[in-house]
Design a protein around this ligand. Structure first.
Ligand code: NOJ
Ligand code: CA
Length: 552
């Protein structure tokens, strides 16, 4: 049997600490809250937790603006709490992966405070400073959160670069000391026993030489330009050599801007860069800029197959359709009506847990949480929404109604409403006032309800994870889409040596009779979310039914 690195066999659960569980009634999730619900996570059978940023931060972007990389955000607890979380996970055989946010820091980080203080400060070039052009910013880059990507600074009459918020200045990776500091802070957490990092927008660390203006075409997809800086691979190889390899740490790159075709440049193990990346084509299949648009299962299947091929023999992928930057999985990919919510959430889970890639489950998806019924713009907290409001509504480019139509489908805040633990007030998340409103459907959609129901979304996840653990073919087996043209059925085989499994899913509400292609005969049913068994080559599925079958 082939020997694989542990992270290929892993199943990861993402915790967004602010919204997971509040232990002290201040309305904000915290580390002690996570510890108090650890058995909910362990009960799924996952073996790895990815914790979104827990570092000291003024929270301009919910922790993705780090003020001190070695301290814990006061609202979340202390370093001792963190150590206890790490130990409690370890006791249950669960590894901890933390976020590494080093494309930028907070403007309140001591490095930036020094850097901005004078032109000749030794840390001046730790960030990207330039003179303005004709009284305006140095170039035409736009920030992800609205406005120019440059901020003028009175003190020295220069501009600093921020791909994200004004309070998130980009670090200058050209400076060797900056890279050394990053390596050092990584070692700090690895020495504590974390298993590795999810690396925030890591392909953006190498900036374009001379920072020329972008063409209108490039402006439509700036991420693509920002992810192809000339030194990105050199920096990642250096990080691998200096830190990742010696600690045998996992590195999961958040890779906005990286195409499917360029994926191997980051994940081909022979290049010694990252273990895997989050490639965004699938999770953003509905997106055109800030707008949502229709998509088809056929497009989805085509991308999925291309991504599998790109990862290839020497690379490895991630299987995810949600995170803290996306709408709820069942609302975007499934059907969140009361009739179909459970079945469709289960079928999307079937897809995620049966790829040749490491699966990621985002908190709340395992209990079938849905998008929030946002009714007005002031219900949003997200800095991204504020940027869109400024750039599009205040400028008259669009109306409030139109923006709301899209935010109702795709706002990041859908994923950030607190986890619904029970039908108690505020879903049992807090005894105080939650920082972001809890979805009113917590009276029926909650963890207590699903853990006590064997046919629930939660237990389907648990069974899928168990099946993946017990069947190597579902992890490492070759992937082949056996009916790429079908409009509602997604069917593929996974093959390892002489073992073959067939996954068949109905991604629609209409029942379907599907015939397996020549040469595939069903000999047994491993799992079926409608409790059915199948045999022969004709598979009958009700709406949103899915199954994993043994075939000969
Ligand atoms: C990606 C993170 O996932 C997102 O939440 C954040 O706003 C940006 N990077 C900036 O750090
Ligand atoms: Ca709290």
């Amino acid at each position: 049997m082939a020997v694989h690195p542990w992270w290929k066999n892993a199943v990861v659960y993402q915790v967004y600490p602010r919204s997971f569980m509040d232990s002290n009634g201040d309305g904000i999730g915290d580390i002690n809250g996570i510890i108090s619900r650890i058995d909910h996570i362990a009960g799924l059978g996952v073996d790895t937790v990815w914790l979104s940023p827990h570092f000291d931060s003024p929270n301009a972007d919910n922790g993705y603006d780090v003020r001190d990389y070695r301290r814990v955000m006061a609202e979340f607890g202390t370093l001792e709490d963190f150590d206890r979380l790490l130990a409690a996970l370890k006791e249950r055989g669960i590894r901890l992966v933390i976020d590494l946010v080093v494309n930028h820091s907070s403007d309140e980080h001591a490095w930036f405070v020094e850097s901005r203080s004078s032109l000749d400060n030794p840390k001046r070039d730790w960030y990207v400073w330039r003179d303005g052009k004709n009284g305006g910013p140095p170039n035409n880059y736009r920030s992800f959160f609205g406005g120019s990507a440059w901020e003028h600074d009175e003190t020295t009459d220069q501009w600093y670069l921020h791909y994200f918020a004004v309070k998130q200045p980009d670090l200058n990776w050209e400076v060797e000391e900056v890279r050394k500091e990053v390596h050092d802070l990584m070692r700090f957490w690895l020495d504590k026993g974390v298993a590795g990092f999810r690396m925030d927008v890591i392909p953006f660390i190498s900036k374009q030489p001379d920072l020329p203006d972008l063409t209108p075409e490039q402006l439509r997809n700036q991420g693509r330009v920002w992810a192809t800086g000339p030194r990105v691979h050199e920096f990642l190889q250096e990080m691998n050599r200096e830190v990742l390899a010696p600690y045998d740490a996992v590195a999961i790159g958040e890779a906005a801007g990286v195409t499917i075709e360029d994926t191997p440049l980051f994940v081909d193990s022979r290049r010694r860069e990252l273990s895997m990346i989050f490639q965004f084509d699938l999770v953003r299949i509905d997106r055109h800029g800030w707008k949502s648009r229709p998509w088809t299962l056929r497009q989805f299947k085509e991308m999925n197959a291309r991504l599998d091929t790109a990862c290839g023999e020497h690379g490895w992928g991630t299987s995810f359709l949600s995170n803290h930057d996306s709408p709820r999985i069942v609302s975007m990919f499934g059907n969140d009506s009361s009739e179909w919510r459970t079945y469709s959430a289960q079928t999307i889970a079937t897809y995620i847990l049966t790829q040749r890639a490491t699966p990621f489950v985002y908190q709340g998806d395992e209990i079938g949480m849905t998008n929030f019924p946002f009714a007005s713009i002031d219900q949003f907290d997200d800095i991204e929404v504020k940027g869109l409001w400024k750039d599009f509504v205040l400028t008259g480019k669009t109306t409030e109604e139109e923006l709301m139509t899209h935010l109702r489908l795709n706002s990041r805040d859908h994923a950030r409403t607190p986890v619904q633990w029970s039908n108690a007030a505020h879903g049992g998340f807090t005894t105080g006032t939650p920082w972001l409103a809890v979805n009113p459907n917590h009276d029926t959609v909650n963890a207590e309800a699903v853990t006590s129901d064997p046919h629930s979304v939660y237990h389907w996840y648990r069974r899928l994870i168990e099946a993946r653990r017990n069947n190597e073919v579902l992890v490492h087996g070759a992937f082949a889409d056996v009916d790429p043209g079908h409009e509602t059925v997604f069917a593929y085989t996974r093959t390892l040596d002489d073992e073959k499994m067939l996954v068949v899913m109905n991604w629609s509400t209409d029942p379907v009779v599907w015939r397996a292609p020549d040469g595939l005969t069903v000999t047994g049913t491993l799992l079926d979310n409608a409790g059915a068994t199948h045999a022969g080559d004709v598979i009958r599925l009700r709406g949103w039914q899915s199954c994993i079958l043994r075939v000969s």
